[in-house]
Write a protein that binds this ligand. Structure first.
Ligand SMILES: C[S@@+](CC[C@H](N)C(=O)[O-])C[C@H]1O[C@@H](n2cnc3c(N)ncnc32)[C@H](O)[C@@H]1O
Length: 256
């Protein structure tokens, strides 16, 4: 990718879009939201009942990775770009009362909603911290697993995100993500369109470059698979068909 997006403009667009996702999840978006997309990509219906319904209605993930992450009781999990909290609550049900899940997000309305729902449902093993996933507010070597769903494509510096994930993981820790990548390089017109970035298309890295960024940040990639995820607007579907924009899940393990 040679062209770059205006990063200040992009951040403002991303925050604006995900404020709407938190507050008006039934509004028009390029992507699908909520329980139906979660079920389609592989979330277990019975475990989704542990997620507060108002969090699930704002679910904006693009795939499923919990079978790859293989979370066990007592683990500490960090969710990069936790949104309204679906994956944090879902992970909390897997790591149990002795585990801990920390969600990181930079959109105030998403954080406010997730915190309010955690308090209202009495789920005390979760925490939502304000921060950028390129500079995580999490100490070194404290997490067993880092997860992220539909977020890293939104970041211009993907390597910075993976380097931070490696920093906060304990030796042998896992990275399990679902994200949007492309088979072919996107045109400059798409890359420089902040609307398409904020909709999880414009920032899609080519798959091989995405996997290289993971491996050059201190991981070995163990598994990759495609998810049954589809964009819904005409513009997004067209870009997806032309450039092979698709959702994948990846499991990687730290090399140290
Ligand atoms: C597509 S949504 C996904 C939310 C959540 N993972 C889910 O599955 O519902 C992207 C989220 O990432 C957050 N985000 C995007 N870029 C970020 C960054 N650089 N640092 C922190 N949060 C970010 C947005 O605020 C938004 O809540």
């Amino acid at each position: 990718m040679t062209a770059t997006v205006d990063t200040d403009q992009l951040e403002a667009k991303v925050k604006d879009m995900y404020r709407h996702v938190a507050q008006q999840p039934d509004g028009p978006f390029h992507f699908e939201l909520g329980e139906q997309v979660a079920l389609r990509v592989g979330y277990a219906a019975d475990r989704l009942t542990t997620v507060p319904p108002d969090a699930l209605e704002s679910f904006a993930g693009v795939g499923y990775f919990f079978d790859l992450a293989y979370l066990v009781a007592g683990e500490t999990v960090v969710d990069l770009g936790s949104g309204s909290g679906t994956d944090v609550f879902y992970a909390a049900s897997l790591v149990g009362a002795t585990g801990r899940v920390i969600g990181i997000d930079f959109t105030p309305e998403q954080l406010e909603k997730a915190r309010r729902l955690a308090a209202a449902s009495g789920i005390s093993t979760v925490e939502f911290r304000e921060g950028r996933i390129e500079a995580l507010p999490v100490p070194d070597s404290t997490a067993d697993c880092v997860i992220s769903n539909g977020v890293i494509n939104l970041c211009p510096d993907k390597r910075a995100v993976f380097t931070e994930a490696a920093r906060v993981l304990r030796p042998g820790g896992r990275l399990a993500v679902a994200d949007i990548v492309s088979e072919q390089a996107l045109t400059d017109a798409i890359v420089c369109n902040a609307d398409l970035w904020a909709s999880c298309i414009g920032g899609a890295a080519q798959q091989d470059q995405y996997l290289d960024a993971i491996e050059s940040s201190g991981f070995v990639v163990d598994q990759i698979r495609e998810n049954a995820y589809q964009f819904i607007s005409e513009q997004a579907r067209r870009a997806s068909a032309t450039y092979g924009v698709k959702s994948i899940s990846v499991l990687a393990t730290t090399t140290t």
